[in-house]
Ligand binder design. Structure first.
Ligand code: HEC
Length: 273
């Protein structure tokens, strides 16, 4: 039970709701990242953890009193408890699993959003060459709906469709021009929607990937961001914010599904080298 809880120090829980980026240390030096979301629904707090490791988890028995939060969840067959304290835009806490304690830190996501100008980017496919199914995609829905298998699916796609040209940290790609995501800057934007445009329309020597579904594209984008960019190329990592997600073109469709390639469209096949 929560609401606006007032104490000696004032009404401190007002404004706790929002989205926070968290880091969680199951292993020292190797943070798992995700979002802690606190919503206030008719005076009651609801909380969830959203990440690639955990998927989306609703916190049960969520209690926020003054600035103290506690709530629990089940994962991998274990009971876990999240506890901690909000302090301004920060949250400092821990996850308790039996008698183990895993440090958990979170920072409020910025609401500031700087518009991204893509008008100068010369994609290979212009708007009117895009498949019709590309025009009404629910980008925000796909980006926000993280699930715990996205990274695995993305890895499979990367290792079959992209690695030839792009390589990885151990294997040199076959086309030297291909961006090395772990050390080079993006020329056409490293936020998910810009990468989506690069993959869908092609850019420079990067061919458009006409047979991939929107979900597959965002899966491989997730993989590139989380496997290469975040750990090794940190200043190229684009942090998602509510303003960014709200800026994406609205749509209602999840687009082309794998077995429905529209006939009559040109299909540019990936050159195998
Ligand atoms: C035929 C070789 C080839 C394949 C296959 C390929 N790429 Fe590329 N990619 C390139 C090249 C070359 C560039 C650099 C383009 C340029 O800067 O002119 C590039 C650039 C990119 C960029 C970044 C553009 C920027 O902002 O600088 C992204 C993102 C990207 N590729 C994603 C992918 C993904 C995801 C796949 C697999 C689904 C893939 N590529 C498959 C050759 C390829």
């Amino acid at each position: 039970m929560a609401g606006l809880v007032c104490s000696f120090f004032g009404c401190s829980t007002d404004g706790i709701e929002g989205s926070y980026d968290y880091e969680l240390y199951f292993e020292e030096d190797d943070p798992s990242n995700g979002t802690l979301k606190i919503e206030n629904v008719n005076g009651n707090y609801k909380g969830s953890l959203i990440s690639f490791q955990l998927g989306k988890i609703e916190l049960e028995g969520l209690n926020i009193i003054d600035n103290e939060l506690s709530g629990s969840f089940k994962k991998w067959g274990m009971d876990m408890q999240l506890q901690g304290t909000f302090n301004g835009d920060k949250f400092e806490g821990r996850i308790l699993i039996d008698d183990e304690e895993v440090p958990f830190y979170a920072t409020r996501q910025t609401t500031e959003y700087e518009e991204i100008d893509r008008s100068g980017i010369k994609y290979i496919l212009p708007d009117n060459d895009l498949q019709e199914t590309e025009l009404n995609i629910d980008h925000a829905g796909i980006i926000e709906e993280l699930d715990e298998d996205a990274l695995d699916r993305g890895a499979r796609i990367y290792n079959s469709n992209c690695i030839n040209c792009h390589g990885n940290e151990d294997i040199e790609g076959s086309i030297p021009l291909s961006v090395k995501f772990w050390e080079q800057p993006f020329k056409a934007g490293g936020d998910p929607f810009s990468m989506y445009q690069t993959i869908t329309r092609g850019f420079g020597a990067m061919p458009p990937q006409l047979t991939m579904t929107p979900q597959e594209k965002y899966d491989v984008i997730t993989y590139i961001r989380e496997e290469f960019v975040r750990p090794s190329n940190k200043d190229q990592y684009y942090k998602l914010s509510p303003g960014y997600v709200a800026s994406l073109p609205e749509g209602t469709s999840r687009g082309l599904s794998q077995d429905r390639i529209i006939p009559g469209q040109i299909r540019i096949m990936v050159i195998s080298l």
